[in-house]
Design a binder for this molecule. Structure first.
Ligand code: F0G
Length: 459
């Protein structure tokens, strides 16, 4: 088999800056041991997120020049709406400035105090927006997802039996909508099968509850379905993606991922009454319905991105990059969630650092050491992100897993950048027993991982 190459060549370059360990130590201390607090220029390889950090194509830059900035009725919106309708099949297309704006609008309309919103695994902003409405965000992930090393094709699948039991039980009336995240970002970037989406749809239809997709990485999910699902092999990823959306009543998409844009989101659905209520809220906080929170030029770039992203060559390269990085981690003896996700590799800090208890944030310790060692920035997905302080107790409620996500920006880094990251992981893994945990010095009420300040514990 030949090397799967980057299916593009470079036309414009952006220098990245190497720093010394001493400089990185000072930067991390100034940031309160929170990688979100670092200046981008102090990071060499930035794997904090794959959101809005990708490179646009020459066709997208050309589309930017076509952007029409009419306040109402822009032709750029028409183009955007046409592409989103063709892809999703939903009639009502509501642009937003990013995914969480769509979440806030949808949940403000549908979710109330005491409600329960099931999902396979909620992303952190989704969870926070549901909790902000006074509701509970409940994860109903297929139980095998908990088994991190287990290799299975669709570890993002919803536990349909648990969903059915919830809807049929005494709390069923408290469920205003059911949601599924594709791919399942917080659960390891794992795909959801088309069969599972159809099962969830069937259960929702039986109980008369709307079903929405959180479709930030719909194209990667479609690629996995085409590779792994019985009966789907050989189909074009776009046809599979179209079927995924047609299993639901609506969706929201952060277009900073598979929209191949640097900003943008969309909320789409078939229900005309709900759409009208959402548009009213949109006007209040985001903007007129033909631009949402976006410029006409953004809508153009996103429309083009939504076409490019289902190119099979692009998706083969994309998914292979994550797999290649995972193989480098395994070679270095670092366990990861298996199989690797579409957009990221999730290092298992609990397995690598058994001497650091979860309440001392082992995944944050690992993320910090990757930065100190090689200027590589990842993100903690563990007790710093999902833990909660406990009234009168010394230690937080801890998360189920302690992971470091290394997310790959789209079309941005080359294979030698990925090789370098593998070397940094190897270096840190060789000194794993020297790593120490951290404690929180201060934290906000919501989404604490973004701004909490920490300090390392003495060795
Ligand atoms: N849903 C999922 C599955 C996401 O991954 C994200 C963002 C959102 C919703 C919110 O979208 O950022 O456009 O407001 N994920 C980014 C990440 C931030 O790093 O995984 P947004």
């Amino acid at each position: 088999m030949r090397t799967i190459i980057e299916p593009f060549r470079v036309r414009s370059v952006e220098p990245i800056r190497a720093t010394t360990r001493t400089e990185r130590q000072a930067a991390l201390e100034a940031a309160g041991w929170n990688l979100f607090g670092l200046a981008g220029r102090d990071v060499l390889i930035d794997l904090l997120t794959d959101s809005g950090t990708g490179a646009m194509s020459s066709e997208q830059w050309a589309a930017i020049m076509r952007g029409d900035e009419s306040y109402a009725g822009s032709p750029s919106f028409e183009r955007f709406e046409t592409v989103v309708r063709e892809l999703t099949g939903f009639t009502h297309v509501i642009p937003t400035h990013q995914g969480r704006a769509a979440e806030r609008i949808l949940f403000s309309e549908l979710v109330g105090d005491g409600d329960i919103v099931p999902n396979n695994t909620h992303f952190d902003t989704t969870r926070a927006n549901i909790e902000h409405q006074g509701a509970e965000a409940r994860d109903l992930i297929w139980p095998d997802n908990e088994d991190l090393p287990l290799v299975a094709p669709f570890k993002g699948d919803t536990d349909v039996d648990a969903l059915e039991a919830l809807l049929a039980g005494p709390d069923g009336a408290r469920v205003p909508l059911v949601t599924t995240t594709v791919t399942n970002n917080s659960g390891g970037g794992q795909p959801v099968s088309l069969g599972n989406l159809h099962q969830v749809r069937e259960v929702c239809a039986r109980f008369g509850v709307p079903f929405f997709l959180d479709a930030a990485r719909f194209a990667e999910n479609a690629w996995f379905i085409g590779q792994r699902e019985e009966g789907q092999q050989g189909r074009h990823p776009r046809d599979i993606a179209r079927d995924m959306f047609r299993a639901a009543d609506g969706c929201w998409i952060s277009l900073k991922k598979d929209g191949l844009g640097n900003i943008g989101g969309v909320l789409a659905m078939n229900d005309p009454d709900l759409a009208e209520r959402c548009r009213a809220l949109l006007i209040l906080t985001e903007g007129f319905p033909t631009y949402g929170g976006l410029a006409g030029r953004d809508l153009e770039a996103l429309a083009q991105g939504l076409i490019e992203v289902t190119d099979p060559e692009y998706l083969a390269y994309r998914v292979r990059t994550a797999e290649y990085l995972a193989e480098l981690a395994w070679d270095a003896g670092v366990p990861t969630v298996r199989p690797p996700g579409g957009h990221a590799v999730y290092l298992d800090a609990k397995a690598l650092l058994p001497h650091i208890p979860a309440y001392e944030f082992p995944a944050q310790a690992l993320a910090c050491e990757l930065y100190l060692t090689g200027g590589v920035r990842g993100v903690e997905i563990g007790t710093l992100m999902f833990g909660r302080p406990r009234e009168g107790q010394a230690h937080d409620h801890v998360a189920r897993h302690e992971l470091v996500r290394l997310a790959l920006p789209r079309r941005t880094y080359t294979q030698s950048h990925v090789d370098y990251v593998g070397e940094v992981i190897g270096d840190v893994a060789g000194r794993a027993d020297e790593l120490r945990g951290l404690r929180i010095v201060s934290q906000p009420r919501w989404l604490r991982h973004f701004t909490a300040q920490l300090t390392p514990l003495a060795g």
